[in-house]
Design a protein around this ligand. Structure first.
Ligand code: FAD
Length: 364
């Protein structure tokens, strides 16, 4: 499908931008209330960010705790699903619920037009009554600034683009970042090269019997307490704490799960530490997280100083025809997880349905 200008924009009730897990969860609830919608995804296949994670990535929750609404993720061979299990599940999920996805389609901008929102893409435009942005964070990896970084001649790679350890065999590598990505990539690299784990604070390792399920239960308790104005329950424990998946437990048994505090600056061929020591380094793998991929929303002038959007329950305050799903706590409790996004997706679909109904009632 392609049309070249705004006047030829295709009318649709709801355009969902992005075709990952958050989009599919939202699609499930929109479909249930019979709303006319389209999903616009710039990838050439289903799976969203999962298409780009490293080969050995393991989820930190078992299959039934990593499911989207309506259909439990089928059991997997390992205790924790692999990235391939997730991609297979999301692919089947799209078929099962006949999700109308147009791909590869890149949404270049969302702007106000007459009574609706103009969703401009590299393959034509859509005129939507409401828009759901579900573009995730993978497209916006975050790398902190370190003095001398520009002059460092070694390799630098963000975890978003790390696939496997082969390119690092026999080298001196820094793995920077103390979350699940850092722990899993350190565990893998430490088997083929000299890997040093650099973290801002001591990483928090969860007990071996605590995985994403317990984290989600704790996060739910915390969410309930906050919504009822009670103090945070103990123990804390958030989705950033390291789940002891088998590969990370194995690294602990090998005695490599030790981290050091950050270096002071880069040199041409390595890093200098605060005590004056120098370490030659061949490469750095940045496991330093992501920022929301929201550039397409810039024409709406809704982005705040932190690159997010001010929302109430996922709905943009400055543009009530715009909802954001899946970017993490700021737009929905545990929304950046397969099991957690259901709550945000259902709320967005309910609000959109109410909005479209009022629109219809007020249209002569
Ligand atoms: P994405 O999966 O990123 O999908 C967004 C889609 O939108 C992508 O296809 C993207 O290409 C597309 N897009 C972006 N911009 C545009 C545009 N302008 N136009 C069109 N399309 C666009 N979650 C769990 O539940 N359990 C886990 O165990 C778990 N482990 C994780 C481990 C790691 C290392 C990481 C990084 C994440 C993990 N997550 C886990 C989180 C999960 O992978 C992400 O939160 C999830 O992929 C977010 O889904 P999403 O649909 O919001 O975004």
């Amino acid at each position: 499908m392609s049309n070249s200008n705004a006047s030829a924009a295709l009318p649709i009730d709801v355009a969902i931008i992005g075709g990952g897990q958050s989009a599919l969860a939202t699609a499930y609830f929109l479909r249930r209330v019979g709303i006319d919608y389209v999903v616009l995804d710039d990838q050439s296949a289903p799976g969203g960010a999962w298409l780009h994670t490293w080969d050995s990535l393991q989820l930190f929750s078992p299959a039934q705790w990593s499911s989207l609404p309506g259909w439990l993720m089928p059991g997997t061979s390992g205790q924790y699903p692999s990235r391939d299990d997730v991609i297979r599940y999301l692919t089947e999920y799209e078929k099962r619920y006949e999700v109308p996805v147009q791909r590869p389609v890149e949404v270049t901008s969302v702007s106000r037009r007459d009574a609706g929102l103009l969703v401009s893409t590299n393959r034509g435009d859509w005129r939507a009554k409401a828009v759901v942005s579900a573009t995730g964070t993978w497209g916006h990896p975050y790398i902190p600034d370190y003095p001398g970084q520009g002059g460092f001649e070694g390799g630098q790679l963000h975890s978003a683009h790390y696939r496997n350890p082969e390119a690092f065999r026999g080298k001196d590598v820094l793995v920077v970042g103390g979350g699940n990505s850092g722990a899993q990539i350190l565990a893998e690299l430490s088997q083929v090269c000299h890997a040093t784990w650099v973290t801002l604070e001591e990483p928090t390792f969860l007990p071996d019997d605590v995985d994403g399920r317990v984290l989600f239960e704790r996060a739910t308790e915390r969410w309930k307490a906050r919504s009822e104005g009670r103090p945070d329950p103990v123990p804390a424990g958030g989705l950033g704490d390291v789940v002891m998946v088998p590969a990370v437990r194995d690294a602990r048994a090998r005695g490599v799960l030790n981290s050091v505090h950050p270096f002071s600056h880069f040199t041409v061929d390595g890093v200098a530490w605060k005590d004056g020591r120098h370490t030659p380094v061949d490469a750095v793998v940045w496991c330093t997280g992501f920022r929301p991929a929201l550039e397409h929303l810039r024409p709406l002038r809704v982005l705040n100083d932190s690159g997010r959007v001010d929302v109430v329950d996922g709905r943009a305050i400055q543009e009530p025809r715009l909802w954001l799903v899946g970017y993490g706590e700021w737009c929905g409790f545990a929304s950046a997880t397969l099991i957690g996004v259901m709550r945000s997706a259902r709320l967005a679909a309910t609000q959109i349905n109410q909005y479209l109904n009022t629109l219809e009632e007020s249209t002569p």
